[in-house]
Design a protein around this ligand. Sequence first.
Ligand code: 5GP
Ligand code: MG
Ligand code: MG
Length: 178
Amino acid sequence: MQNNIERVLVDEELIRKRLDTIAKEIETDFPQGPVIVIILLKGALVFAADLLRRIPRELSIECLNVASYHGGVESSGNVDFLDLHFPEVEGAHVLLLDDILDTGRTLAAVKKRLLEEGATAVHTAVLLSKDKTRAEEVEADYIGFEIGDEFVVGYGLDYKGKYRNLPYVGVLKLSAAV
Ligand code: 5GP
Ligand code: MG
Ligand code: MG
């Protein structure tokens, strides 16, 4: 698996330090009262597990399955909600977690839906944000790292279902992207 990585972009140590900072910011910024965390599967799983254990307050945790990439390396352009049931968020302050902000379609669509479902406020945190023009006008409130516009894997992010368990974020070798 590691043989297929061209370059490490964000290593474990950097991720740990950055998560400490973001967790503190979230802890101070969020008002008292119920907070529901929504984890976008599967990419945000690793980020969420490490981030949420650094936030010492009562949180409810829900997951959402959305798809925009369908396993490839390019966005398909629309966002599908794959769950039968949408979490109950009415009147709640929501912290929405995703692995990476790319075109912005996923965050924009999920944020819109959460507000339609009655969430009081939706704040978003992403591990990575690609420096590019977005298809949707959306920015995350908390960003782990800004990266260039290239396809990355690891720390939750996959290529065709693989590499999510790499402990760092890296760029795939061209020879591995088959
Ligand atoms: P957006 O809707 O912002 O275009 O894309 C968000 C989703 O696309 C992310 O949740 C992630 O699943 C996928 N994605 C975008 N860029 C990358 C990337 O560089 N690597 C991987 N593995 N997934 C990506
Ligand atoms: Mg995703
Ligand atoms: Mg994916």
